[in-house]
Design a protein around this ligand. Structure first.
Ligand code: PGA
Length: 252
């Protein structure tokens, strides 16, 4: 039985003050609730420290939105896995489509980051997904397969015991246009089968595969009630405490 995970990707939003407000609102909204869902927030680097303080003694976990694969050194502007650990991060989003398209991250770079994350005790939320053009050309499965094979290359099943995959069709991110539950389920099933071929059936059965791309309170329940959709990676809707909480509740 897989426990669903709902993660909020804040992207480049919220300074310290608005981070405090949002976290307190989420905390208050979730207080007194029996959660059988895991909740993760991924604020920008500058708010990780305060976030870590504020979520102490709550069920909310902390994640970062990116990291570099080296532990330290002359890498101006980068953040290492050790730094993320020291500030209280348990999770790290890697390979997000905005990192791939705006910042030119390749499957090879993402592979190094995933390896480094697991070596350093962080749980990767590994994002994959096709563009609209790729979907219209009928290449969805091919693209997703390449991203998975290259992204996880050389990393063993044991090392990946805390891996989460987030299927995020690029055409659904920030567009308001989500994949239908059927479209998403079809790809999630494909991913689980592929993982079972690359690794083992047991590993594939336990793997958390989140859906991301315009998840909102209005569509989250239908998406997450599909058998292979184990939670959500939420962008825009996680910036409003009320809608993030509704999405978490819909995963129960
Ligand atoms: P969105 O973003 O919910 O705003 O579409 C999702 C994501 O990029 O993780």
């Amino acid at each position: 039985m897989r426990t669903k995970i709902v993660a909020g990707n804040w992207k480049m939003n919220n300074d310290i003050n608005s981070s405090i407000t949002l976290i307190n609102d989420i905390k208050n909204g979730l207080a007194q609730k029996e959660l059988n869902v895991k909740v993760v927030i991924c604020p920008p680097f500058t708010s990780l420290s305060i976030a870590s303080e504020l979520i102490k003694n709550t069920p909310i976990k902390l994640g970062a939105q990116n990291m570099y694969f080296e532990k330290s050194g002359a890498f101006t502007g980068e953040i290492s896995p050790l730094m993320l650990k020291s500030v209280g991060c348990e999770y790290v989003i890697l390979g997000h489509s905005e990192r791939r398209t705006i910042f030119g991250e390749t499957n090879q770079l993402i592979n190094k980051k995933i390896k480094s994350a697991v070596d350093n005790g962080l749980k990767p939320i590994f994002c994959i997904g096709e563009t609209l053009e790729e979907r219209e050309l009928g290449k969805t499965f091919e693209v997703v397969e390449t991203q998975i094979r290259e992204g996880l290359q050389g990393i063993s099943e044991t090392e990946l015991s805390d891996l989460i995959i987030a299927y995020e069709p690029v055409w659904a991110i920030g567009t308001g246009k989500n994949a239908t539950p059927e479209q998403a389920e079809e790809v999630h099933l494909f991913i689980r089968d592929l993982i079972s071929k690359i690794y083992s059936q047991k590993f594939a059965e336990n793997l958390i595969i989140q859906y991301g791309g315009s998840v909102k309170p209005e569509n989250s329940k239908d998406l997450m009630s599909k058998p292979n959709i184990d939670g959500a990676l939420v962008g825009g809707a996680c910036l409003i405490a009320d809608s993030f909480i509704k999405i978490i509740e819909s995963a129960q």
